[in-house]
Design a protein around this ligand. Sequence first.
Ligand code: THU
Length: 143
Amino acid sequence: MDYTYLLVKAALDARKNAYAPYSKFKVGASIITSDNRIYPGFNIECASYSPSNCAERTALFRAVYEGHREFKAIAVVGGNENENETLSDYCPPCGVCRQTLREFCNPESFKVILAKNAENINDCKIFTLERLLPLSFGPQNLG
Ligand code: THU
């Protein structure tokens, strides 16, 4: 089975538990490893705002902690806490998350899947990381 649906579903499920009392903007993400394991994550905010962690990095760091270093794709869903299974808009990853993904993911093949719901999987927008972070600086640049 194509992993897109599973990833979007996992991201939507994760989003339910997001800790976003300040922005009230809940985000869910789920990343799939090269050996097909799925790690979900959500955003976790702090009263002092700047230490807040995005859903994408929560998912990625969970997987990295478990020993994974190669990834195929990430799905991201986000919206106001009042929105549930169908979100009004896509939630593209912030610049910090794009750069963090770049650390572990091949920009030419890694896919970023943006979704609003799991029912209409054809509504997803899919980008390579290269497209979202062109001319990127990564581990290879350090020789
Ligand atoms: N956020 C994410 O978790 N991922 C994104 O792609 C965009 C923004 C979070 C950060 C913050 O907790 C809230 O959404 C509002 O910016």
